[in-house]
Design a protein around this ligand. Sequence first.
Ligand code: LMR
Length: 309
Amino acid sequence: MKVTVVGAGNVGATCADVLAYREVANEVVLVDIKEGLAEGKALDIWEKSPINLYDTRTIGSTNDYSKTAGSDVVVITSGLPRKPGMTRDDLIETNAGIVKIVTENVIKHSPDAIIIIVSNPLDVMTYQAHLISGKSRNKVMGMAGILDTARYRSFLAEALNVSPKDIQAVLMGGHGDTMVPLPRYTTVGGIPVTELIDSETLEAIIQRTKTGGGELVKLMGTSAWYAPGSAAAQMVEAIVKDQRRVFPVCVKLEGEYGIDNCYLGVPVILGKNGIEKVIELDLNEKEKADLEISRGHVAEVMEVLDKMS
Ligand code: LMR
């Protein structure tokens, strides 16, 4: 199996590192436009293989996509990260152009690859990759739900003083402040979370989750990378190993949840064909209303992209 990660910045390099040390693929190619950056990071990851004991080959390339040829999965992390005071949507103009060029290069050399988008604004960059690649919806998807639920789960684990391993959760909607965490579908070792936590604390955790990316941008002056890179690698692993994992993933909705032609995070089954199935949950009125707000927001930004092209 061969996996390419485009963008050797913090997120891309973290993703490549996780893919290597977890031996998700035989070969991981890291690409960047900055001369030597991808080669250097790929070499650094390879040089730690005798310490961390893995045999995945990591190869770097400065914008030479011929090295990515025949990739099974490609993760696109290229584009600018946001700075304090910016929303993810503020990145659309710059990142739409970058995602376009990268996607064209990717499909030229790996026409059958499954593409995972990490660049922001996430839902709309996934739409952009779909427009450029012309691939069916099961083969172009965005990474956000695993990251957002990971934040939600980690905050819950901290508040409850339990292992994050035992927190299972679903979250839907766009990758922005309108995302919709679903406490009704959140459990702790099989116990509904609402049995274990008071509603005020839960609400505070939900609000923190929605602005979780911004919290890190404020702290570091740039976007997060450990959790986003690891989340993308987890999606690759599910596909490459045909694990049929159930994750929230950004996908084009085609009538599910009463929504058509919009890229939104929903629970799916991820396997060797990419998105094997979109899971339709039974939502209550409040959850439906929250999802509609999120859909409306993403649809507006999708329109901005449509007008740009
Ligand atoms: C995140 O959620 O960490 C990413 O989308 C990056 C960002 O700017 O928030």
